[in-house]
Design a protein around this ligand. Structure first.
Ligand code: COA
Length: 325
């Protein structure tokens, strides 16, 4: 039965110029390049410049994605930004980006699901586009996590970086078959019992300060592999697909060992997983669209490929999306 599908017609990304190496961190903390690489796979991360905000990163990624889609801001009627590091408590970063793009039309709002934010934003955009309410959306993941870090805490500060990624989605009439191009299925989950394992110890409504990121890494790790493998399997099932159909897993980039563990659970070789954690570290909501844009631009992703996007983050929140390119 014919229906609308949300199709990714452009991707873009932006990384701040400043690169912070493991060696620089080891010079000021009790850590080492060897420990960070062995336990996480991370070799470097990008850090936003003074005066460079989440909205600046998101705007640059959005312009890059619009350029790849051959569209202009005038063609967009919906902007959804996934972020946990807004420039200000309010307004939403999405409206700041809307303004920076020169738009006075359309609707723009943020979603907050931390590292799963891009999957949440993509799912919301998919629902709004396939209902016919909007036609062309910018979905952006943008973060300046460097500003949430306790730079004295070696168990967290080595793990994160700054960046932004974006996709342009367009509602397109499709036959309504699993062979359709576009987003085939999305699945989201959350479980607030685990708030304490990964959170920020401040906020406008409690301490009146921004606070710093706190994480019990070992416990988060354990939940991540289990939850991600489950939601990936569930999402593939919803799209009538099996793990063997997946050409590329586009995962949230928290730790190379998590990527290896989840791929193994699904019986997929690691060479089908797009890995950027070595260069970008964990950029929270930006990591999935950054990895997607990397693999699109280096030519790995071909028309017809099945992509499985997945992420897990604070809350806990987690989700996945099956997409035919
Ligand atoms: N450099 C050197 N040693 C470090 C270190 C660092 N940067 N960070 C922690 N250590 C030490 C710990 O203090 C601990 O020492 P101890 O045994 O003397 O207490 C030891 O290394 C092992 O710590 P542990 O936490 O068990 O390490 P791990 O193998 O679990 O790796 C993480 C830690 C954080 C890399 C890993 O747990 C992880 O990636 N967790 C999930 C993170 C994640 O996915 N977060 C985001 C989800 S969105």
């Amino acid at each position: 039965m014919s229906r609308l599908r949300a199709c990714i017609i452009g991707t873009g990304s932006y990384l701040p110029a400043r690169v912070l190496s493991n060696a620089e961190l080891a010079a000021r903390l009790d850590t080492s390049d060897e420990w960070i690489i062995e336990r996480t796979g991370i070799r470097q991360r990008h850090i936003a410049a003074d005066g460079e905000f989440t909205s600046d990163l998101g705007t640059a990624a959005a312009l890059n994605a619009l350029d790849s889609a051959g569209l202009a801001p005038a063609d967009i009627d919906l902007i959804i930004v996934a972020t946990a590091t807004p420039d200000q408590t309010f307004p939403a970063v999405a409206t700041v980006i809307q303004h920076k793009l020169g738009m006075t039309h359309g609707v723009a709002f943020d979603v907050g699901a931390v590292c799963s934010g891009f999957l949440y934003a993509l799912s919301v955009a998919d629902a709004l586009l396939t209902s016919g309410a909007y036609r062309t959306a910018l979905v952006i993941g943008a973060e300046t996590f460097s500003r949430l870090l306790d730079w004295e805490d070696r168990t967290t500060c080595v793990l994160f970086g700054d960046g932004a990624g974006a996709v342009v989605l367009r509602a397109q009439a499709s036959p309504g078959l699993s062979s359709d191009t576009g987003i085939l299925a999305t699945r989201l989950h959350s479980d607030g019992r685990y708030n304490d394992l990964l959170h920020v110890d401040g906020g406008p409504g409690s301490t009146g300060t921004t606070g710093k990121l706190r994480m019990k890494g070992r416990e988060v790790f354990r939940h991540a592999v289990t939850n991600l493998a489950a939601v990936m399997t569930e999402t593939l099932g919803a799209a009538d697909l099996a793990p063997a159909d997946v050409r590329w897993v586009i995962p949230h980039q928290a730790n190379l060992r998590i990527l290896e563990g989840t791929a193994k659970k699904l019986g997929l070789p690691i060479d089908r997983v797009v890995v950027t954690v070595d260069r970008h570290a964990n950029t929270s909501a930006a990591s999935v669209p950054l990895a997607l844009d990397t693999a699109v631009r280096d030519g790995r992703i071909a028309p017809g490929d099945i992509l499985l996007l997945e992420a897990m983050g604070g809350g806990f929140t987690w989700g996945a999306a099956a997409v035919r390119w």
